[in-house]
Design a binder for this molecule. Sequence first.
Ligand SMILES: [Zn+2]
Length: 203
Amino acid sequence: MARAYIERHIHTLTLAHACFQLGARMRTTSHITGMSHAELCKFYLPGESAFHAGRLPASPDWLMAKTNCLDRAELSVFAAILQRVLAQDIAPGDALVGAYRLYAGSCAVQPRVSFDRAFDVACHLKGIWTHRTASIALYACPRCDSYNLSSMGDEKLLNRGCVFCRLLARYEKDPRVRAGFPKRRRPGPSSRASGLPRILAGA
Ligand SMILES: [Zn+2]
């Protein structure tokens, strides 16, 4: 049954506020909710700095070339969580907010993926909001079975191992890797998204 207008409006405002609480830029919130900048500005006073300014990255280059192993691993973890949430037939905006909360809740330290970057992953992965077609995809590494985010059609690059394979090899020597992926007794949401946390959890 279709929602009444007032229910849709309240839902949209709730979604906008959730985006704000997760640190979204105004442009990101506008794309997700369909609300204009002017509409969004009505709900926050000028001094509240509710929305960050700035441009969104337009191409997936930042994903492939301008990130380190830990960043790329967390981007893949987030994308795998998002894929699972979207498979539950949840609307994209709600799925993005829910997936981001799951991802952030699974991080042992400060999340490396911001909400704006998570939004951009969703756009490139699913061909929604700012993009009409998908340009990146999740591919399973043939060595460790982890899901990796990569340019569409680049799955053969994983034949020699993936970012999770490299992090696992560095695990005992690199405190940053151990801090980002601590060994756990019980696998959390991210452990379902990639093989590395599952391996570290001893599952
Ligand atoms: Zn691998």
